[in-house]
Ligand binder design. Structure first.
Ligand code: FE2
Length: 129
């Protein structure tokens, strides 16, 4: 069964999708079930994959990561950064050689989550600290 905001990946062709409306049947791609990606988390100070959320004047800046930037080379990079503020979802798509960061000019809230997807190391999440 799918879950709202779950990220699914096809381990055969590499398709990645986000579930907008959950509780339906499992997703299948290339003839097999799509893997549900775990939202990994850790201390932002030591793990360069964890989104570091900084409150700025007109919203939030998200950097991957806090003390050491994640690589942005052709073979290993952050594909997108997502910010979830209450029921609003914002996403910035990135390319190799971009900075691993995103600025979201949004209304402030106490309920802020950031997620990012690394093409090699998968899905990572943090909450505002
Ligand atoms: Fe990575």
């Amino acid at each position: 069964m799918t879950k709202e905001l779950e990220i699914r990946k096809c381990n055969k062709c590499g398709n990645v999708t986000e579930i907008f409306h959950g509780e339906g049947a499992d997703l299948v791609c290339c003839g097999q079930k799509m893997e549900s990606l775990e939202e990994q988390t850790a201390d932002t100070a030591t793990e360069k994959h964890v989104p570091f959320i900084e409150e700025i004047e007109d919203g939030y800046k998200v950097v991957i990561g806090e003390n050491q930037l994640h690589p942005m080379i052709d073979t290993h990079y952050i594909e997108w950064i997502e910010l979830i503020v209450d029921n609003n979802i914002y996403r910035k798509k990135l390319q190799p050689n971009d900075k691993p960061e995103a600025i979201f000019k949004v209304e402030k809230s106490n309920n802020v989550i950031a997620r990012e997807y690394c093409n090699i190391h998968g899905l990572w999440k943090s909450n505002i600290q």
